[in-house]
Design a protein around this ligand. Sequence first.
Ligand code: 8YV
Length: 312
Amino acid sequence: MTKTLVMGNYTETDLAALRAEFDPVFLAGPDDLAGLREDARASITAMAYKGHAPFGADQMDMLPNLGLLANYGVGYDSIDTAAASARGVKVTNTPNVLNDDVADLAVGLLLCQGREMMQASAWARSGNWAKHGEYQLNRKVSGSTVGILGLGRIGREIADRLAAFKMDIHYYSRSEKETPGWTYHDDPIALAGAADFLIVALVGGKETEKFVSEDVIAAMGPRGVLINISRGTTVDEAALLDALEAGRIAGAGLDVFLNEPDIDPRFYALDNVVIQPHQGSGTVETRAAMGQLQRDNITAFHAGNALLTAVN
Ligand code: 8YV
């Protein structure tokens, strides 16, 4: 008998749909695999995975008949795709359906930073508005220069939105794209130097680790603001914290961190940082679409049909 393993923390709606479609075995995370009996593990041919814990060769070897690892999320940096390919395991992700939400959040973080919306809200709530008058003047966003690191599907959605804010669009990517009116940089340091707001929209994984290096952060300068909606790993977080604490850059809007959710407590002490709890794709609509795409891949696999969004 072939079974589907569902791993991770899903909404009630997703759980109901998974139960209705696959009669699955549920586990909270990779550490629980060892608790499954050997024959149960051997019966598993497809798996729905959600989470950011590493899933690599050791875990795959505990599921000898696994053929599909369907990730919930566009980023699959927690999955060792080389180990999967070596074992004949196909990996799928959930691209495109979340582009809008992640781009919306990036723009929201940028606006929060430029217009100091969190601080201004605190000013009003604390009674300072009534007691001391108007909140301090802040910073015009429209018409400024944005640098986008990574002009993939999400980076492009962000750029399209900011073009409507009359912003001058600069970007870095592995190769220049067909982007009339936008400025391409083949060097992230040059991009950081040109931009008022630097937005990280890179894919995660080993290749982009600390891509936003100490030198990139230094090039942003004291008016520079960093927005990150990609992965915590893409930024040299220690260098970022040092720069924020010393005021060497103006601020940051961050949805992603190292060691989520136990992020570095130094962030909590900084009032020039807007912190979001990795919620880029976290709307009811988009999470439902991600769950549906994950299940559609599993259904296709069980039926022997072509996978919708294979990555290996
Ligand atoms: C997560 C994400 O998948 O899609 C991605 O790459 O980072 C998120 O949407 C989500 O937090 C579920 O773990």
